[in-house]
Design a binder for this molecule. Structure first.
Ligand code: ZN
Length: 411
């Protein structure tokens, strides 16, 4: 095997439950991530990574692979992945290793669940490969423990393996918490990380390379109603629930996640609750295009104003907050880091797949903080549930790609 410790490392990481918790207010949101960070820090030190430290301010483990050449002007590169796993059972992850996959139906442990190529055509890309899948009771956590294992393997190879022969500049490693709940990068410390550019190794299948994300805002619509006896309500009652329904119906009918794709944006109603007297609804607003994103936010502001005017009182109040922005705005100023990743993949015979993400990444936030950070594949498929799997070959090729980028960057 090309990288002997890659698979054992991955299997070791996925068995540790590091699910993040949206309801928690600590950093990181779960104590298990603190323990996992300490373990990863120990491992980085054992490999010989320098200046390994844990930042209590944001839950990141940071380390440095020093340059091994006197050549000047090599830009400093960062490699980032996240330690937490998605909102799905992660207790007792029991990874199953299937060698030489024959293209058939895979039974997930002793459960009734299966990975069936009829349902998951992506399995057809993995004939003859070694697949790691779940036993059907948990997620796998390849998102993003594949990324962690790959970056750890890159570090090991550069410091202790044949990679010592690759002249390279300074490389910084960052393992962060709470990506899956969208807050992990909020406290990212760009001064401490101090690189010229970085990649999150957190993408899906082989070849994925992403630098366009949504721009994102969260919206809460609060309505104060007026409740009176329904028998004598005429021209007096203001039903907060009805106001919310009217508000929702005034939004563009087809701008919803289930009606859009590609670069089309949307208003997504997540939650409604309340009663006649008071009610609120929660939305997320998404668009790739900067102007269209601004127009969507203006639309809800104008709509609330118009409805308030009709109600004769300010009964609707909005809580509208930007969450992250399309990183393309930053990356497009200097496409060399996309070219670097593309060329690395092409040199290895991997076809780069560059598509806009209908979501965000840690890199969206980090890019706007000053470190351009596109996202590259880590190899996982069917993320965030029991059908998640990854092939060892894809993980090896992610390691190859990162090493090739490091090599190219020094030239
Ligand atoms: Zn991820």
């Amino acid at each position: 095997m090309k990288y002997e410790k890659l698979l054992p490392r991955f299997l070791d990481y996925v068995k540790i439950n590091t699910r993040s918790d949206e309801a928690s207010t600590t950093t990181p949101t779960t104590q298990s991530q603190v323990g996992f960070a300490a373990k990863l820090a120990d491992e980085l030190r054992a490999i010989g990574v320098q200046n390994v430290h844990y930042l209590t301010s944001n839950g990141y483990v940071i380390g440095t692979i020093p340059a091994n050449t006197d050549k000047t002007g090599i830009r400093k590169m960062g490699l980032i992945s996240h330690m937490d796993t998605a909102d799905f059972n992660a207790d007792g992850v029991n990874p199953q290793v299937l060698e030489n996959y024959d293209g058939g139906v895979i039974k997930l442990g002793t459960t009734e669940f299966t990975l069936d190529p009829a349902e998951f055509p992506n399995l057809k890309n993995y004939n003859g490969q070694t697949l790691i899948h779940t036993d059907g009771t948990t997620l796998l956590g390849a998102d993003d423990k594949a990324g962690l294992a790959e970056i750890m393997t890159v570090a090991d190879f550069l410091i202790n393996g044949d990679g010592q022969k690759i002249p390279h500049g300074e490389i910084r490693i960052g393992f962060g918490p709470d990506e899956e709940i969208g807050i992990g990068a909020d406290k990212f410390d760009v001064d401490d990380f101090d690189v010229d550019f970085a990649y999150t190794v957190d993408g899906g299948p082989l070849g994925e390379l992403e630098y366009e994300t949504f721009s994102a805002a969260g919206l809460v619509v609060n309505v104060q109603g007026k409740n009176v006896h329904p028998g004598t309500a005429k021209n007096i009652m203001v039903n907060a629930l009805q106001v919310l329904i009217d508000f929702h119906n005034a939004l563009p009918e087809f701008d919803r996640p289930e009606k859009t794709e590609g670069r089309e944006g949307f208003f997504h109603l997540l939650k409604m609750d309340g009663a006649v007297e008071a009610a609120k609804s929660t939305y997320i607003i998404r668009d790739h295009d900067k102007e269209a994103f601004a127009a969507r936010k203006q639309l809800v502001v104008d709509l609330a104003a118009k409805m308030n005017a009709e109600l004769g009182e300010e009964r609707i109040t909005l809580d509208l907050k930007d969450q992250y922005y399309n990183m393309a705005e930053i990356i497009k100023k200097d496409m060399s880091i996309i070219e670097l990743a593309k060329t690395a993949m092409e040199n290895l015979g991997i076809t780069p797949k560059i598509e806009p993400v209908r979501g965000g990444t840690d890199g969206s936030k980090i890019s706007f903080m000053g470190i351009p950070t596109p996202n590259m594949f880590a190899g996982g498929e069917n993320m965030h549930g029991r059908y998640e799997f990854v092939s060892l070959e894809s993980m090896e090729q992610a390691v190859d790609t990162v090493l090739e980028m490091i090599k190219l960057n020094a030239n």
